[in-house]
Design a protein around this ligand. Structure first.
Ligand SMILES: [Zn+2]
Length: 77
């Protein structure tokens, strides 16, 4: 860096006054009430917009899931 390019401390600090990071996008899960990131599935219960999208499936799902598992095991054997 050439000395010609150097700014005063005030100039540098004025510029960096906008560099602070802000906390944002934190909301509470309507399902379990734990804090979660906005527009993302809940980390605790895996629900996004009232539907389970991450983790173990709900009671209605296992029927199809078990069928898939049995078909997969038959193929593997
Ligand atoms: Zn949740």
């Amino acid at each position: 860096m050439v000395i010609r390019m150097r700014h005063t401390r005030a100039h540098t600090r004025n510029r960096r006054s906008h560099h602070a990071i802000k906390q944002g996008g934190v909301s509470t899960c309507p399902e379990c009430g734990s804090p979660k990131m906005a527009h993302r599935a809940c980390g605790d219960c895996g629900v996004y917009r009232g539907r389970k999208v991450v983790g173990k499936k709900q009671a209605e799902a296992p029927a199809t899931e078990s069928k898939k598992k049995t078909s997969q095991t038959k193929k593997s054997k």
